[in-house]
Design a protein around this ligand. Structure first.
Ligand SMILES: Nc1nc2c(ncn2[C@@H]2O[C@H](COP(=O)(O)OP(=O)(O)O)[C@@H](O)[C@H]2O)c(=O)[nH]1
Ligand SMILES: [Mg+2]
Length: 235
């Protein structure tokens, strides 16, 4: 009996989160920005990837970052240093961002106009999977130092994402990480997913990642235009 009461409470929380995520999605759309939710275990290289992306491909699209961390603003400082506007959300005891936290930020601090909004989630391969934030694309980073069995052990996050990036590929020769095995596990639970291999340290793969971003942003803007067209002709 307790169990089902708990289940109901969880369903209610997740349902409310979905509603807020829809609200945020509209908010991002009104800014004309495509939102990307970056999720991974702590230390997989989310902030490093953003830093390298802005350094190598910063001219291809304009960006704004939302940094989610339990405490402190170390990552936000790193992003500021590469000249990209950044907004901090401190989650306190919560091990993930939720849509309510993002909504609160969107209403408290107007975001800069940008083509892309990158949301760096709190480092965790479990909880962020259950809490959509209103993003348009979901990206999971898996560093080659974590083990190629992680997609089997944490299927939910790998099932519900658009892109998996294998990070720290410069370290591949030092670790036993079988990329094709990992891809096989990921595709078994998420056949439509795209995968990429990157090193933020050497810049390997960053051009391909930047090209993917450009293409997603452009597709998003096309949809925005046709949405506007539909609304316009409907009135
Ligand atoms: N060798 C190597 N180290 C990396 C790479 N990307 C990140 N790191 C290191 O991994 C650690 C965690 O990176 P960080 O970007 O802070 O991870 P986050 O917690 O996911 O944001 C740092 O010490 C980085 O220097 C990479 O491509 N290659
Ligand atoms: Mg970080």
């Amino acid at each position: 009996m307790h169990e089902s009461a708990d289940e109901h409470a969880i369903e209610r929380i997740l349902g409310k989160n979905e509603e807020m995520a829809d609200h945020n999605r509209e908010h991002f759309k009104s800014l004309g920005a495509c939102a990307f939710n970056l999720m991974s275990a702590p230390g997989a290289g989310k902030t490093s990837l953003l830093e390298t992306t802005f350094k190598i491909a910063g001219g291809k699209f304009s960006s704004c970052v939302i940094e989610g961390d339990m405490v402190g603003d170390l990552d936000a400082d790193r992003i500021k240093k590469v000249g990209v506007p950044v907004h901090q959300i401190s989650t306190g005891r919560s091990c993930h961002l939720d849509a309510q936290m993002v909504a609160r930020l969107l209403h408290a601090e107007p975001l800069e106009k940008a083509d892309a909004i990158f949301i760096e989630n709190v480092g965790n391969l479990v909880c962020p999977a259950e809490f959509p934030l209103g993003e348009h694309r979901r990206i999971v980073l898996l560093s080659v130092t974590e083990g190629d069995d992680k997609p089997i052990k944490y299927p939910v996050i790998f099932r519900n994402c658009d892109l998996v990036i294998f990070t720290k590929c410069d370290l591949l020769e030092h670790v036993d990480f079988n990329i094709s095995e990992a891809i096989r596990h990921i595709e078994a639970i998420n056949p439509a997913v795209k995968t990429m291999q990157i090193s933020a340290k050497t810049g390997y793969g960053v051009e391909q990642w930047a090209a993917w971003l450009v293409s997603e942003i452009s597709e998003f803007k096309q949809h925005l235009k046709s949405d506007k067209h539909v609304h316009h002709t409907a009135h």
